[in-house]
Design a protein around this ligand. Structure first.
Ligand SMILES: [Zn+2]
Length: 240
């Protein structure tokens, strides 16, 4: 009897270890694995970003030479899914920026579920046409990525002042101009358009002072008032 008890007890840590190992593997490479088995069927968006859904959405890759996901866990769950054309535009613009400004680093945020629909805590992101982009930053004058650990709600909890400063980090407004121009150009080449950009109005004033900022604010439809949550750590882009 004693030997049997001993055997049952000793298996518990092994089982827990296996479960933990599987969970960590899912977090680390779940997104890459799901991408391997992606359906070749074309994406189809229905309704609007605020009331719609999507079929055959495509996940964004976990990372690339100059970009990474806001969260490997979020990506493994599929919270980085978009319409295939939106994915093409996002990736093409990162690739184009890499050719001209390879020092810049980007982090994409949440986009939507693979099936679309309600996407808590966001109010939109329902039909695969919305993407959050974390603000590119400079740390001690050099391009860096925003800290996006889960205890900071993957960067969504960070608070920048109206000049775009937060401790050692300052928003790289020049990089935002470069990024949004690249997105707009790629969108046009792929039959899409940027419908609107949501970014905190006080930070838009600082963006205006960046190189090419004025022209960008004229070209794209930026949010005018305050939105339900301050968009200071990220800018939200809706495509159409
Ligand atoms: Zn958003």
């Amino acid at each position: 009897m004693r030997r049997q008890n001993f055997g049952t007890k000793s298996r518990k840590p092994v089982v827990l270890g296996i479960v933990l190992g599987l969970f960590l593997s899912f977090i680390y490479c779940g997104n890459d694995l799901f991408l391997q088995f992606e359906s070749p069927k074309p994406s189809q968006s229905f309704g609007t970003t605020g009331s719609g859904h999507i079929q055959n959405a495509k996940r964004l890759p976990t990372n690339g030479p100059n970009f990474e996901t806001y969260s490997r866990f979020g990506a493994a769950l599929g919270r980085n899914s978009v319409h295939q054309k939106v994915r093409k535009v996002v990736l093409e613009s990162y690739a184009n920026i890499y050719k001209t400004n390879n020092e810049l680093r980007f982090v994409y945020g949440e986009t939507g579920w693979p099936w679309g629909g309600d996407f808590y805590p966001h109010k939109t992101h329902k039909n695969g046409m919305s993407v959050d982009f974390m603000v590119p930053v400079l740390k001690k004058g050099k391009p860096d990525t925003l800290p996006h650990a889960f205890w900071e709600a993957w960067a969504y909890k960070l608070e920048f002042d109206k000049e775009g400063k937060l401790e050692d980090y300052v928003i790289d407004f020049d990089a935002i101009v470069i990024h949004l121009n690249a997105l707009a150009k790629s969108a046009e080449q792929n039959g899409l358009q940027i419908r609107r950009v949501i970014f905190a109005p006080d930070l838009q004033k600082t963006l205006k002072k960046a190189k090419g900022g004025k022209a960008l604010l004229r070209k794209l439809n930026f949010s005018k008032g305050e939105s339900w949550v301050r968009h200071d750590d990220h800018y939200h882009v809706d495509f159409k």
